[in-house]
Design a protein around this ligand. Structure first.
Ligand SMILES: C[S@@+](CC[C@H](N)C(=O)[O-])C[C@H]1O[C@@H](n2cnc3c(N)ncnc32)[C@H](O)[C@@H]1O
Length: 325
């Protein structure tokens, strides 16, 4: 998988020249938080078009307030006090490209957890892996490839690896005497949020982020370490080394050359796109699958999918498609 790195000039949340103090701009809530001023219909339409064109994300009415607030936070940092000027800054200013990345990052929802959608991981363990490994055994193919597309801070990718490591002993073995040994599982994980990718790579989590991980998994797959005087948990090296992280924009999948995936998880990502973009992304993801490979989506994340090359696998509470042979 070819994955591009984020440009160096990415602004993150740091202020750049010309920053004004927050109190100079907009109204302040009693708690001191900033409330974004109103945005006109025409300004909103401009922003919606720009965002949709660049990231594919669609902000429905219920998320307008969220959008306005995120714009305003960036505007405060830049010392810009109207939405149209900020729009022009992003589109025409030489620093606009870097600022766009910072804004985009601010607008992402990176909420995730280990084994987030339990029925999908159960289906992976009980239905998909045994069948996939049987097929691999017949092909004498010893490598399993998985991709967590929209991986956020890594919990999904590590849950995939843990599921495989747990299932490994019971899976149909490949023909060599080593069976499914280490190094035979290759997981790619991608996102557009550089902060999330950095955290994912570290594999370090606070205790509250592990609340859905059973004591068995905690013991088996996490090390307890000290970080700046605090106790944190780190995914064990054996699991971390199975996963490779990178920046990949699902709205620009046509720019990447990805093939040969056995399993793709793309959950809780498509909800940010409108229907046409969802269908387009899913059809491109299917092309990244090996024949017989599986695509897991979040339940109810897509309707009206009608592609010749895939079939729906009927499993309770799970939305999984298989690429036809
Ligand atoms: C809500 S999280 C879901 C994480 C994980 N898949 C899960 O189900 O727990 C959505 C993730 O999708 C990422 N994302 C949103 N749009 C994306 C895009 N166009 N390309 C790649 N990742 C994207 C976000 O940055 C975020 O980390």
């Amino acid at each position: 998988m070819t994955m591009n790195a984020l440009p160096e000039q990415h602004l993150g949340n740091k202020a750049i020249n010309g920053v004004r103090s927050l109190s100079e701009l907009g109204s302040v809530t009693p708690s001191g938080a900033k409330i974004a001023p109103d945005i006109s219909e025409s300004e909103l339409a401009l922003w919606q078009d720009l965002i949709q064109q660049r990231s594919g994300h669609y902000f429905s009415q219920s998320r307008h307030r969220f959008l306005r607030q995120r714009l305003w936070e960036r505007m405060c940092l830049l010392g810009i006090n109207n939405y149209y000027d900020y729009y022009k800054f992003i589109v025409f200013n030489p620093k606009g490209a870097a600022e766009w990345l910072a804004l985009q990052e601010q607008m992402l929802n990176t909420e995730t957890s280990f084994f987030r959608h339990d029925p999908s991981f159960r289906a992976l363990n009980e239905y998909v892996l045994p069948r996939l490994c049987s097929a691999k055994q017949k092909q004498q193919n010893k490598v399993i490839t998985m991709w967590s597309a929209g991986c956020s801070t890594g919990q999904e990718a590590y849950s995939l690896a843990m599921t495989f490591f747990e299932a490994k002993a019971a899976l149909p073995q490949c023909l060599d005497k080593g069976g499914w040994g280490d190094g035979r599982l290759k997981i790619s994980a991608s996102d557009i949020c550089s902060r999330a990718i950095d955290k994912a790579k570290s594999g370090r989590y606070k205790a509250h982020e592990l609340r859905f991980l059973s004591p068995y998994y905690l013991k088996q797959y996490m090390d307890v370490i000290e970080e700046n005087g605090n106790t944190v948990y780190q995914v064990k090296k054996q699991i971390r080394s199975a996963v490779q992280y990178g920046y990949l924009h699902l709205h620009e999948l046509e720019n990447y050359w990805i093939q040969g995936q056995d399993i793709i998880f793309c959950q809780n990502v498509l909800i940010y796109f409108e229907q046409a973009s969802r269908l387009d992304i899913v059809s491109r993801l299917c092309q990244c699958l090996n024949p017989g490979g599986y695509l897991f989506l979040g339940p109810a994340e897509i309707v009206g999918l009608d592609l010749d090359n895939i079939q729906l696998i009927r499993l309770k509470d799970v939305l999984v498609y298989q690429r036809k042979q």
